[in-house]
Design a protein around this ligand. Structure first.
Ligand code: NAD
Ligand code: UFG
Length: 343
């Protein structure tokens, strides 16, 4: 089968996607600079699938590294580009890092696709492109609002770069996937989310609190215009999300795309508040999460959730995991890290 290049493939979503690609029969080569992941992830992938993916430690902002990769691994027909810096708050402090890393990575890949006969690229975008939506759920046609952070801006600009390059006649296709909030871990607990340092995102902070690494989870605000006052998001299971990438790759490589650029929202369609999520975790796992309400976090969106109909009908993808099972998977992963003495 056609070989797939997965940039950022040892990261959180990338590693789960590599598992699904390998289980679907695709040979994978990963490039990752390990800036936000580590080599042990390769062991986890191998334990689940029985296959160790090819791995290049390298930086996608260096085009010569990528040129060499294409020469060393011939037959790459598809790319999934996860490699990016992704912390919204950090991007406010270090905008150049974000613009340089996220945009140069994408442009280098786009530059090398035609000369290497690559047929398509899947791009990791985000619901941050919708900003604070006027109406929920959001469809792919909902307005793109001014980005609230350099990180969000890199996703908007990246979508524009892909569009410009393909409209200029590039001989390949793209599927742009706008993720809502990916959470949970592989059911084997062999891979999961392992952010460096103090987690910024809700679920890793919550599981680290539940296991006693952190004293208390802060709930950022209970005075929003939502039923319980806390923010609402669409929490999507990471394995469900990973499976959408296999469908997207297949679609491009088998010439089933309806247009040279297709955009899909990947969410469940359900909006869940922070307080509801804590309750769901506690009920599903039987473990209490000490928490307190604090002030709002700057830059947070009040509420956003997806209308995933287009992905359901056209991509043939649907989120199937329950939130309870997803919370249990996140907890099992946290417990596994404890067993291994990692956290
Ligand atoms: P992650 O940080 O776990 O994974 C990204 C990987 O890319 C890491 O392993 C990192 O080491 C690597 N990387 C970063 N820059 C690189 C470079 N220049 N060269 C090579 N490797 C590089 O993040 P994730 O949560 O798996 O996110 C994957 C993608 O999905 C990102 O593009 C992110 O912006 C996007 N996304 C994530 C979320 C989310 O909430 N996790 C939501 C929407 C979109
Ligand atoms: N939250 C807390 N306490 C915490 C952490 C988060 O109450 O300690 C709340 C936030 O205020 C927000 C919700 O939990 O209401 C989710 O916050 P996350 O930080 O987990 O996620 P965000 O929605 O802010 O952003 C995430 C990723 C972005 C991505 C976006 C959309 O961090 O990279 O989802 O996909 F773009």
């Amino acid at each position: 089968m056609d070989r797939i290049l997965v940039t950022g493939g040892t990261g959180y979503i990338g590693s789960h996607t590599v598992v699904e690609l390998q289980q679907a029969g695709y040979p994978v080569v990963i490039i990752d600079n390990l800036s936000n992941s580590n080599r042990d992830v390769l062991d986890g992938i191998e334990r689940i699938t029985g296959i160790r993916p090819d791995f290049v430690e390298g930086d996608c902002t260096d085009i010569e590294t990528l040129r060499k990769l294409f020469a060393d691994y011939p037959g790459i027909k598809g790319i999934i580009n996860f490699a990016a810096s992704k912390a919204v708050g950090e991007s406010m402090q270090k905008p150049i890092l974000y613009y340089r890393n996220n945009l140069n990575t994408l442009m280098n890949l786009l530059d090398l696709m035609a000369p290497n006969d690559v047929k398509g690229i899947v791009f990791s975008s985000s619901c941050t492109v919708y900003g604070e939506p006027d109406e929920n759920p959001v469809t792919e046609q909902s307005p793109i609002k001014k980005a609230t952070s350099p990180y969000g801006n890199t996703k908007q600009i990246s979508e524009e770069i892909i569009t410009d390059v393909i409209n200029a006649g590039a001989p390949f296709k793209s599927v742009i996937l706008r993720y809502f909030n990916p959470v949970g871990a592989h059911p084997s607990a062999e891979i999961g989310e392992l952010p460096n340092g103090v987690p910024q995102n809700l679920i890793p902070y919550l599981t680290q609190t539940a296991i006693g690494i952190r004293k208390e989870l802060s709930v950022f605000g209970d005075d929003y215009d939502t039923p319980d006052g806390s923010c609402i998001r669409d929490y999507i299971n990471v394995v469900d999300l990973a499976k959408a990438h296999v469908l997207a790759v297949k679609r491009m490589l088998e010439d089933k795309s309806e247009a040279k650029i297709e955009i899909f929202n990947l969410g469940t369609g359900n909006g869940v508040s922070v307080l509801e999520l804590i309750d769901t975790f506690e009920e599903a796992t039987g473990v209490k999460v000490p928490h307190k309400i604090v002030g709002r976090r700057a830059g947070d969106i009040e509420k956003v959730w997806a209308n995933p109909t287009y992905a359901n009908e056209v991509l043939g993808w649907k989120a199937t995991s329950t939130l309870e099972d997803t919370m249990c998977s996140a907890w099992a992963w946290q417990c596994r890290l404890r067993e291994r003495g990692i956290m």
